[in-house]
Write a new protein. Structure first.
Length: 136
Protein backbone atom coordinates (compact mmCIF):
# COMPACT_ATOMS: atom_id res chain seq x y z
CA UNK A 1 0.00 0.00 0.00
CA UNK A 2 1.73 3.15 -1.21
CA UNK A 3 0.35 6.24 0.47
CA UNK A 4 1.47 9.82 -0.08
CA UNK A 5 3.43 11.17 2.89
CA UNK A 6 1.74 13.95 4.83
CA UNK A 7 3.55 17.08 6.03
CA UNK A 8 2.19 19.62 8.52
CA UNK A 9 3.77 23.07 8.78
CA UNK A 10 3.11 24.83 12.09
CA UNK A 11 3.57 28.41 13.23
CA UNK A 12 1.85 30.52 15.87
CA UNK A 13 -0.36 32.57 13.53
CA UNK A 14 -0.31 30.39 10.37
CA UNK A 15 -0.19 33.65 8.41
CA UNK A 16 3.33 33.71 6.96
CA UNK A 17 6.09 31.09 7.07
CA UNK A 18 3.88 28.03 7.42
CA UNK A 19 1.59 29.24 4.63
CA UNK A 20 4.55 29.83 2.30
CA UNK A 21 6.05 26.43 3.13
CA UNK A 22 2.77 24.61 2.53
CA UNK A 23 2.18 26.35 -0.80
CA UNK A 24 5.74 25.71 -2.00
CA UNK A 25 5.74 22.03 -1.02
CA UNK A 26 2.31 21.51 -2.55
CA UNK A 27 3.51 23.15 -5.76
CA UNK A 28 6.77 21.18 -6.03
CA UNK A 29 5.23 17.86 -4.94
CA UNK A 30 2.49 18.10 -7.59
CA UNK A 31 0.10 15.85 -5.67
CA UNK A 32 2.71 13.36 -4.44
CA UNK A 33 2.64 14.72 -0.86
CA UNK A 34 -0.32 15.74 1.29
CA UNK A 35 0.38 19.17 2.73
CA UNK A 36 -1.29 21.10 5.53
CA UNK A 37 -0.49 24.10 7.68
CA UNK A 38 -1.86 25.31 11.01
CA UNK A 39 -1.24 27.68 13.89
CA UNK A 40 -1.58 27.49 17.65
CA UNK A 41 -3.13 30.99 17.67
CA UNK A 42 -4.30 31.54 14.08
CA UNK A 43 -4.47 35.10 12.77
CA UNK A 44 -7.53 36.41 10.98
CA UNK A 45 -5.89 36.48 7.55
CA UNK A 46 -2.72 35.52 5.73
CA UNK A 47 -0.14 38.34 5.76
CA UNK A 48 -0.82 40.44 2.61
CA UNK A 49 2.92 40.90 1.95
CA UNK A 50 3.32 37.10 2.03
CA UNK A 51 0.47 36.78 -0.47
CA UNK A 52 2.31 39.31 -2.67
CA UNK A 53 5.72 37.56 -2.64
CA UNK A 54 4.10 34.20 -3.34
CA UNK A 55 2.15 35.68 -6.26
CA UNK A 56 5.52 36.65 -7.74
CA UNK A 57 6.13 32.90 -8.11
CA UNK A 58 2.68 32.29 -9.55
CA UNK A 59 1.33 30.83 -6.29
CA UNK A 60 -2.01 32.28 -5.17
CA UNK A 61 -2.48 32.46 -1.41
CA UNK A 62 -5.28 35.02 -1.63
CA UNK A 63 -7.95 32.42 -0.83
CA UNK A 64 -5.97 30.74 1.97
CA UNK A 65 -6.76 31.38 5.62
CA UNK A 66 -5.04 30.58 8.92
CA UNK A 67 -6.21 27.28 10.42
CA UNK A 68 -6.11 26.09 14.04
CA UNK A 69 -3.59 23.46 15.12
CA UNK A 70 -5.27 20.27 16.29
CA UNK A 71 -3.95 17.06 17.76
CA UNK A 72 -5.66 15.22 14.92
CA UNK A 73 -3.67 17.19 12.32
CA UNK A 74 -0.41 16.34 14.09
CA UNK A 75 -1.40 12.69 14.45
CA UNK A 76 -2.25 12.44 10.73
CA UNK A 77 1.11 13.89 9.64
CA UNK A 78 4.24 11.88 8.94
CA UNK A 79 6.42 15.00 9.28
CA UNK A 80 5.65 18.00 11.50
CA UNK A 81 7.70 21.14 10.86
CA UNK A 82 7.60 24.12 13.18
CA UNK A 83 8.83 27.37 11.76
CA UNK A 84 11.21 28.61 14.45
CA UNK A 85 8.49 30.33 16.41
CA UNK A 86 8.71 28.33 19.61
CA UNK A 87 5.45 26.51 19.00
CA UNK A 88 4.80 23.41 21.05
CA UNK A 89 3.08 20.60 19.19
CA UNK A 90 1.53 17.48 20.62
CA UNK A 91 4.13 14.73 20.31
CA UNK A 92 3.12 11.35 18.94
CA UNK A 93 5.41 8.34 18.50
CA UNK A 94 6.55 7.56 14.98
CA UNK A 95 6.39 11.15 13.73
CA UNK A 96 9.34 13.10 12.40
CA UNK A 97 9.63 16.56 13.99
CA UNK A 98 11.74 19.35 12.50
CA UNK A 99 12.18 22.98 13.49
CA UNK A 100 13.07 25.41 10.72
CA UNK A 101 14.34 28.54 12.44
CA UNK A 102 13.37 31.36 10.13
CA UNK A 103 12.68 35.08 10.63
CA UNK A 104 9.03 36.04 11.06
CA UNK A 105 7.75 37.98 8.02
CA UNK A 106 5.17 39.85 10.14
CA UNK A 107 5.59 43.60 9.80
CA UNK A 108 8.35 43.29 7.18
CA UNK A 109 8.25 44.78 3.68
CA UNK A 110 8.25 42.45 0.67
CA UNK A 111 11.96 43.12 0.06
CA UNK A 112 12.71 41.46 3.43
CA UNK A 113 10.19 38.64 2.93
CA UNK A 114 11.60 37.46 -0.40
CA UNK A 115 14.79 36.01 1.17
CA UNK A 116 12.63 34.20 3.78
CA UNK A 117 10.47 32.78 0.99
CA UNK A 118 13.56 31.70 -0.96
CA UNK A 119 15.07 29.98 2.10
CA UNK A 120 11.79 28.14 2.70
CA UNK A 121 11.74 27.11 -0.96
CA UNK A 122 15.27 25.68 -0.70
CA UNK A 123 14.37 23.73 2.45
CA UNK A 124 11.13 22.45 0.90
CA UNK A 125 13.04 21.10 -2.10
CA UNK A 126 15.46 19.22 0.19
CA UNK A 127 12.53 17.84 2.21
CA UNK A 128 10.77 16.69 -0.96
CA UNK A 129 13.91 14.85 -2.11
CA UNK A 130 14.03 13.11 1.31
CA UNK A 131 10.32 12.20 1.22
CA UNK A 132 10.38 10.93 -2.35
CA UNK A 133 13.94 9.75 -3.06
CA UNK A 134 14.52 9.15 -6.74
CA UNK A 135 11.16 10.73 -7.53
CA UNK A 136 11.66 14.44 -6.82
Amino acid sequence: MSQAPEVLFVCVHNAGRSQMAAALLDHHAAGRVRVRSAGSAPAGTVNPAVVEVMAELGLDLSKEFPKPLTGEAVQAADVVITMGCGDACPVFPGKRYLDWRLPDPAGRPVEQIRPIRDEIDARVRVLLAELLPGDA
